[in-house]
Write a protein that binds this ligand. Structure first.
Ligand code: ZN
Length: 82
């Protein structure tokens, strides 16, 4: 399920974001990193929803800093250059 729009989708259509045991938030391209993970559509709207609702933070049980948000945006392929 996507943490943004909460739609059920196959995992291969979603991107996994993981909080590693080292307390790092990162995109898990392989889907196999250990740690607490959430799934999200590769869609800007979903990231915005997940951040606005605090669902991403709650799901990962970790503060999401601006720096992490920027990294997620880049990792998800939609760097906001405006
Ligand atoms: Zn979504």
């Amino acid at each position: 399920m996507c943490v943004g729009c909460r739609e059920m989708k196959p995992k291969k259509e979603l991107i996994r974001i993981v909080r590693t045991p080292q307390e790092e938030i990162m995109i898990d391209g392989s889907g196999k990193k250990s740690g607490r993970g959430v799934y999200i559509c590769p869609d800007k709207i979903c990231l915005q929803k997940a951040l606005k609702s605090n669902r991403l933070e709650k799901s990962l049980q970790h503060h999401i800093s601006d720096e992490v948000i920027e990294r997620l945006k880049v990792g998800l392929g939609y760097e906001d250059k405006s």
